[in-house]
Design a protein around this ligand. Structure first.
Ligand code: ASP
Length: 583
């Protein structure tokens, strides 16, 4: 062994012991007659001391030449520190070095490997292995490990079996584009990397596995939005002989367990809300319910009072902000500009102040009487001291704009407290979504999701009205998981493929294996997948998932450390039958 102890473990009871440590030079303080060197490893930092009187000249000179990030092995005696640092575990002792062995010299690192590093994001991504030496990233990776171990143990105890499914598969439409892998042996043919193991986990249910899970990489070639990774990890699960409630209850158990074990938070309540309610009340299918600001529909009581803007619009919707009356006129103007920015796209913002003395002041006083404004107050559940914001326009657009405004205000008022955890199941999603560009339906969740039993008839007459046995788990305004009860009947599956625009032949070509399997006694089944990266980030109280991934890609989907994607050489292309013929 190159060491007897690690750099995080020596304490007062070790004084006078002879020990050997190994680690990286974090810092050197040369006082002229005494040199202190901090060495670091995964476990902590230990202070070394070299001094002109007690060390040999050779040793002292060697210490003088140490520089940051050199890898060293040191042996010596543990002694009591004169000025103790009680903030760190090893802060009461130091090591009087007798032997210094430089295991490897380091070049000066491109940024300081300290909590407050001077390295910018791109630079740290390029030298990720150095960034991982920093406590923050290291702790994040250890935290991720804790989460995944807890997930594995929990699910395994509950009878879920961890089974690997293939990465080289056939393209499955799940809403995103596939990453494609050319086949050398079958030129002109391609594998696809899985967007999720969806069809395989369903086939495992047909295979009688009953309860499956896998912590698995998924790949989606999507246009990159901030904080999305082209490859990401899911906790993927599937169960047989279950209905929707069974799945929700089972996984409430998992999330409660994680919150209890990792955050010491006891959650008894996972409220459930339908998709329609979530949209109507919060303008979002993943509402953050840590705060109120529930919408009120003012359409019917606000039209026909001479205010042209409202009279000509489909919907008039508002919400009240608790104690919002303290928001200044200037800030209200700021919010008005905010909703008008192109990304939001509202035409304007109407406001009402509900004063402490119950008088009202609004931007539309000319058109609405006190009593009429009192009706708005009631519908938006405002109380004296609150401020009401109202938007108008097309129903769906207005909901979305108001939903965005609600979140932005909550953010500004610091209502999105990362130490509060408010989970929410959103259920009864629409089965299909109309794609205006392609002029056809696509599956809102995925094509294997079952319609609600009572809506099956509507598939023929009004497919857009059909609700699905689909659910999302939302945590603090983030979708952390989603799943559904699946179709297990091959005729119904065929009908859905047809609705999604597949001819029988195309459906057979692409999904024949699944429809075939359904003919051999497929059990009723359903499941869910959680986004592990996001879940870990939220549990860790942070915003960016990149910080919890050892080797992430940047915002343009590049790995700047290994420089990928990159071109390949012509012989490689030839071998794959992919050579681009230049005209
Ligand atoms: N495969 C689905 C997804 O990746 C999850 C599920 O339905 O279980 O979103």
């Amino acid at each position: 062994m190159l060491r007897t102890h690690n750099c995080g473990e020596l304490k007062s009871s070790d004084i006078n012991k002879m020990v050997t440590l190994a680690g990286w030079v974090q810092k050197k303080r040369d006082k002229g007659f005494i040199i202190w060197v901090d060495i670091r490893d995964r476990y902590g930092i230990t202070q070394l001391i070299f001094d002109e009187k007690r060390s040999t000249k050779k040793l002292y000179d060697k210490a003088k030449n140490l520089s940051r990030e050199d890898v060293v092995q040191v042996s010596g005696k543990v002694i009591e520190r004169e000025s103790k640092n009680i903030d760190i575990q090893t802060g009461r002792v130091e090591l009087l070095v007798e032997k210094l062995n430089i295991l490897n010299k380091s070049e000066i690192p491109p940024f300081t490997i300290e909590d407050n590093t001077d390295g910018g994001e791109e630079l740290r991504m390029e030298y990720r292995y150095l960034d991982i030496r920093r406590a923050e990233i290291r702790e994040n990776l250890i935290f991720r490990h804790d989460v995944t171990m807890k997930v594995r143990n929990y699910l395994s105890k509950k009878g879920f079996i961890d089974i690997e499914t293939p990465y080289l598969i056939k393209s499955t439409p799940e809403g995103a584009r596939d990453f494609i892998v050319p086949s050398r042996m079958n030129q002109g043919e391609f594998y696809a990397l899985p967007q999720s193991p969806q069809t395989f986990k369903q086939l495992l249910m047909v295979g009688g596995i009953d309860r499956y899970f896998q912590i698995v990489k998924c790949f989606r070639d999507e246009d990159l939005r901030a904080d999305r990774q082209p490859e990401f990890t899911q906790i993927d699960c599937e169960m047989s002989f279950v209905n929707q409630d069974d799945v929700l209850n089972e996984f409430e158990g998992l999330i409660s367990h994680l919150l209890l074990k990792l955050k010491n938070i006891k959650l008894n309540n996972f409220p459930r809300m339908t998709y329609d309610e979530a949209m109507k009340n919060y303008g979002s299918d993943k509402p953050d319910i840590r705060f109120e600001m529930k919408f009120g529909d003012l359409t019917s009581i606000s039209k026909g009072k001479g205010f042209n803007v409202f009279d000509s619009e489909e919907s008039i919707i508002g919400f009240s902000i608790k104690n919002g009356n303290s928001i200044s006129r200037k800030d209200i103007d700021g919010w008005t500009n905010w909703v008008k920015q192109p990304q939001i796209g509202a035409k304007g913002l109407v406001w009402v102040r509900y004063n402490d003395n119950k008088t009202l002041k609004s931007s539309v006083d000319k058109f609405y009487s006190h009593d009429e404004l009192i009706d708005w107050v009631k519908i938006t559940h405002a109380e004296p001291g609150d401020l009401i914001f109202i938007l108008s326009g097309d129903y769906k657009k207005t909901l979305k704009q108001l939903g965005d405004l609600r979140l932005a205000i909550a953010e500004k008022l610091s209502l999105r407290d990362p130490n509060i955890f408010a989970p929410l199941w959103v259920t009864d999603f629409p089965l299909l979504e109309w794609d205006n560009e392609l002029k056809r339906f696509h599956a809102m969740h995925h094509p294997f999701t079952s319609p609600k039993e009572e809506d099956i008839e509507l598939l023929k007459t009004a497919p857009e009205k059909v609700k699905a046995n689909a659910y999302d788990l939302v945590l603090n305004g983030n979708e952390i998981g989603g799943g559904s009860i699946r179709i297990h009947n091959s005729n119904l599956q065929k009908q859905i493929f047809n609705l999604l625009g597949f001819t029988d032949k195309e459906a057979r070509k692409q999904f024949g294996f699944l429809m075939g399997a359904f003919k051999y006694g497929a059990p009723p089944h359903g499941g869910i997948a959680f986004g592990l990266d996001r879940l870990v980030a939220i549990l860790g109280g942070k915003e960016t998932i990149r910080d919890f991934i050892a080797f992430p890609k940047n915002n343009s989907g590049r790995d700047v450390m290994i420089d990928s994607p990159s071109s390949i050489i012509k012989p490689q292309l030839d071998e794959l039958g992919l050579s681009i013929v230049k005209k």
